[in-house]
Design a protein around this ligand. Structure first.
Ligand code: EPU
Length: 453
């Protein structure tokens, strides 16, 4: 048994309050944006999660000084002395995260070249990076694949261009933004992703001096400028973590106040949560989520790019749907392999059947390609504790929810993966009254390192 096993004694409703800070899917990118500035940037509301630590390490390797600011969760990033990093040092970060791909544009602007190690991230599909490299070539980058990673050069200054993405990819849209802001001339991006984290990144870049217009129909126009300054910015709250705790409250018949959660970015989730039968109340500081004591309703659900139902909400919600009466239909249209986690739920007593067809919605990219990307969840089912191995970040949190909702004890292996995106989750679980133990920790309670900044 490895060190990162958690024993979860299920059957206790989660009750209490937790605090959610800045979004995992914005903060590391805003840190990369600091590379583009001529002066220091201040980023607030930074959670202490592994993705932040990886990007911090990579920035430091490139000569950016990163230190804690005056308030908890504040980072000050100074890119005054950006320099090339040793390839072996960069390579030590291979497989740790997907963010290194976003260093390409900023490093090409600052240094004229960049080296990108092999990427990590959750195993929820092929996760290719072809859009990223196509985009960078359009700006004038030359890319060479070598055994140790990808080398990029910009023999001439990068030039603004016209781009239409084959799919509104979050990462590729960010790649365009972070490259176009300092490129010569105007860049027009069509079929852009418009997730709230992207809009927040645009706010960061605008504070730095960028000129970025968001038009209707997923069109973004960026007018390149000669130089950018630092920024001061408070990261938007993590709507994905907030929804995870909401689903945990619902599945365990609990009542959780998520301080920091914001309605604006969660409207689509809140509609679905209400349709399932969950209750919530929004105030100025957060959102309270609870199970109202009535049976939950089965629903038809399709994940999609924003403003649709975010794919990262899908896995935690599916656990709650195992407690709903009737047949729920789930069609995952963003990632081709994000339903593998359901087999462990079945081992716990759930009835979930996965299908290759596009069920219940419009046909998606995966319908003809033999991927198990639709599910029918039949409920309500009693869940029993089991031995579980965490497959990916959101699937892992879903296993925690299932274990908390189940009768008996579960052993959840690989919980360290959850530190990638959920700050201090052990502390939060305990604050909500979860009966959890770390059998390999001498004190029985292992807390995460102190909060960044
Ligand atoms: N895609 C390509 N080629 C590319 C890039 C993407 O085919 O070059 C495809 C992907 O395979 C996928 C789809 O486009 O089928 C969408 O991928 P996208 O690029 O939008 O995802 P991402 O930028 O890699 C971010 C988040 C994910 C989140 C997605 C969708 C970060 C670090 N990750 O990934 O978050 O699910 O956008 O909103 O921001 C998570 O938080 O658990 C997580 C996986």
């Amino acid at each position: 048994m490895t060190d990162d096993v958690l024993l979860v004694h299920g059957g206790t409703p989660l009750e209490g309050e937790i605090h959610v800070r800045g979004a995992k899917n914005l903060v590391p990118k805003a840190m990369v944006a600091a590379l583009l500035g001529s002066g220091p940037s201040r980023l607030r509301n930074v959670p202490d999660i592994r993705d932040v630590r990886v990007v911090r390490g990579l920035l430091q390797l490139h000569g950016v000084t990163v230190r804690s600011g005056d308030e908890p969760g504040e980072l000050v990033l100074d890119p005054s002395h950006v320099e090339s990093a040793n390839v072996a040092d960069i390579d030590a970060h291979a497989g740790s995260s997907r963010i290194p791909i976003l260093f390409c544009g900023p490093l090409l602007h600052r240094l004229g070249h960049a080296f990108i190690p092999g990427l990590g991230g959750c195993d929820i599909g092929g996760r290719p990076i072809d859009f990223h490299f196509d985009v960078l070539r359009r700006f004038g980058a030359v890319i060479e694949k070598r055994p140790e990673g990808q080398y990029l050069e910009a023999p001439h200054r990068l030039r603004g261009t016209k781009i239409e993405l084959p799919y509104p990819s979050v990462g590729a849209t960010e790649q365009v933004l972070l490259t176009a802001v300092l490129a010569d001339g105007v860049t027009e991006l069509r079929n852009a992703a418009v997730e709230p984290e992207i809009v927040d990144l645009i706010c960061v870049l605008q504070k730095m001096g960028a000129i970025i217009a968001m038009d209707t129909d997923r069109v973004i126009r960026i007018t390149g400028v000669d130089a950018l300054d630092g920024y001061t910015h408070r990261a938007l709250p993590d709507r994905l973590e907030s929804a995870s705790w909401a689903c945990a409250a619902l599945a365990t018949q609990g009542n959780v106040y998520v301080r920091g959660a914001r309605q604006l970015e969660m409207m689509t989730f809140l509609n679905v949560f209400r349709k399932v039968g969950g209750a919530f109340e929004v105030d100025d500081d957060g959102i309270r989520f609870w199970h109202p004591g009535r049976p939950l309703n089965a629903i038809a659900l399709e994940t999609d790019v924003h403003p649709g139902f975010q794919t990262d909400w899908q896995q935690p919600l599916v656990v709650a749907l195992t407690q709903a009466s009737g047949l729920s239909i789930v069609h995952e249209t963003v990632y081709e392999s994000r339903l593998g986690f359901t087999s462990a739920l079945n081992q716990m007593g759930a009835h979930i059947q996965v299908y290759r067809e596009c069920l219940g919605g419009t046909p998606c990219r995966f319908g003809q390609r033999n991927f198990l990307h639709s599910a029918v969840v039949s409920g309500p089912t009693k869940l029993e504790g089991a031995d579980l191995v965490i497959p990916d970040l959101r699937g892992g949190f879903s296993y925690l929810i299932a274990a908390l909702a189940a009768q008996g004890t579960s052993q959840v292996h690989g919980i360290d993966l959850i530190n990638r995106g959920y700050e201090n989750f052990m502390h939060k679980l305990r604050a909500l009254g979860a009966q959890v133990e770390l059998p390999n920790s001498r004190a029985g309670v292992k807390q995460a390192a102190p909060v960044a900044g």
